[in-house]
Design a protein around this ligand. Structure first.
Ligand SMILES: Cc1ncc(COP(=O)(O)O)c(C=O)c1O
Length: 439
């Protein structure tokens, strides 16, 4: 594709942008169960207003834009309050869960470098259900990952966890809750082991951080998962998930500012001036900061509790309805608003495809094969039509023979079941490299 010679007017651009969206998942109609967290129209309006007010401001310089410095520190303070960080907690906003996680791992690595310089090959301990952002962080920061086995429903093997520690361990973590099956790891026990061994412990609350505190307050049985637990040194919590802000808004919080210091990057010998940034990004859009600040103020405890209640009610109704469909089951006993559906009799990937033809977008997961549901408050409106279509799709798929299975389901099933994982990685790399080809 050549660079355009002449420009085109805004109206035409707008039309083309809208047309481009036509093949996308229908998140607005609450017909998707991942990617976009949907609260309500009025929250979306707050986000759009805040973003358009600060769209060009740059969070790189707290001196040029004291407005952004103020909003970022207020957002991180409100988050620390929510997570019981206490008066010494310190944090920053980042562009997303992955960046927050990379910053926590980097801080822990540099903290260990200072205190335990004899460690030359640092290791990070993570349950198998933990998000691949930890694998990515370890890969980027040259740290070895040690993966702790979990049951088929993501319950971590605590004995194996304890045995995974050695003299090279610099970081351990648990999820509250984890993405695949929505499980809250036994944070109290895991943090206690790490504390006893003198190892940094992180809680990944990227998806749970902005819903678990409200569920706890509503009286749901949520085990302790935050800074109230002594060994917890850092937590990641994403505002662009259950905080209901558009993408580009996450937080990383530390127990105190001395720990946060290990996250910062400072370079004082550049002829462009003194350069200091809290996280990976240099220039940072003011939009997500303003949106996070505005939505927190707009909703407050009251609004977030109302939305948490709706999301929980939608989850309960969906799970109860799904349990009644012959051949399907829920994986484990998820305590919050994420769950997965498996089957002993059906190919669930084909079921996902059959739902796609009915206009629903449900992500496939493997090991074991399941369909993923992260439930938003807006899903309360679609419980009935969803369950009707899901029941019909199950009937349709149960009539199929193995040789009829094609499309995405076949590819996904094949990648998940390849015994040679290096080959699975190579195939996926090649596929992804081709996907973003130049036109
Ligand atoms: C538990 C958990 N951690 C980390 C992440 C990564 O967040 P992001 O996609 O914002 O980088 C996710 C994303 O879904 C998640 O669910």
């Amino acid at each position: 594709m050549e660079f355009p010679q002449k420009g085109i007017p805004i109206d035409k651009i707008k039309g083309e942008l809208i047309a481009l969206k036509s093949g996308d998942m229908d998140w607005k109609g609450a017909r998707a169960f991942s990617m976009v967290f949907r609260a309500s129209e009025d929250v979306s309006k707050v986000v759009e207003t805040a973003i358009s007010t600060f769209v060009f401001e740059n969070g790189l310089s707290p001196f040029a834009f004291p407005s952004l410095l103020r909003m970022e520190t207020e957002v991180t303070s409100m988050t620390a309050d929510l997570l019981h960080g206490g008066p010494n907690a310190a944090g920053n906003m980042t562009t997303g869960g992955t960046e927050s996680i990379i910053m926590a791992v980097k801080a822990a690595r540099d903290y260990a470098r200072e205190r335990r310089p004899e460690i030359k090959e640092p290791e990070l301990i993570m349950p198998r259900s933990a998000h691949p952002a930890f694998n990515k962080a370890a890969y980027y920061l040259n740290i070895k990952t040690v993966t702790v086995p979990t049951s088929e429903s993501s319950i971590v093997d605590l004995d194996a966890y304890e045995k995974a520690f050695n003299s090279n361990t610099i970081f351990a973590m648990g999820s509250a809750f984890s993405y695949p099956h929505g499980v809250i790891d036994p944070i109290e026990k895991m943090a206690a082991v790490a504390k006893e061994k003198g190892v940094w412990f992180h809680v990944d609350s990227c998806v749970g951080g902005f819903i678990l505190p409200f569920l706890e307050k509503l009286g749901y049985p949520i085990p302790p998962f935050d800074f109230r637990i002594a060994g917890v040194m850092s937590m990641s919590a994403d505002i662009h998930k259950y905080g209901y802000v558009s993408k580009g808004a996450s937080t990383i919080t530390y127990r105190n500012a001395d720990l946060r210091k290990y996250q910062l990057f400072v370079y004082t010998d550049w002829n462009g001036g003194v350069y200091a940034t809290p996280a990976i990004s240099g220039a940072r859009s003011g939009g997500p900061m303003a949106a996070a600040w505005s939505v927190m103020k707009f909703l407050g405890w009251e609004g977030y509790m109302r939305l948490a209640k709706d999301a929980m009610e939608a989850t309960r109704l969906l799970m109860e309805g799904i349990k009644l469909i012959p051949g399907l089951h829920i994986i484990g006993d998820p305590p919050a608003t994420t769950f997965a559906v498996g089957s002993d009799t059906l190919n669930v990937f084909t079921l996902g495809d059959a739902m796609k033809t009915r206009g629903w977008n449900i992500d496939s997961q493997h090991m074991p094969p399941t369909l993923h549901f992260t439930v938003s408050p807006m899903h309360l409106k679609i419980v009935e039509p969803f369950l009707k279509d899901f029941t019909d799709a199950v009937k349709e798929v149960s009539l199929l023979k193995q040789e009829d299975i094609s499309g995405e389901a076949a590819i996904y099933g094949m990648i998940g079941s390849l015994p040679d994982r290096a080959q699975a990685k190579e195939m996926t790399t090649q596929y992804f490299n081709d996907l973003y080809r130049v036109k």
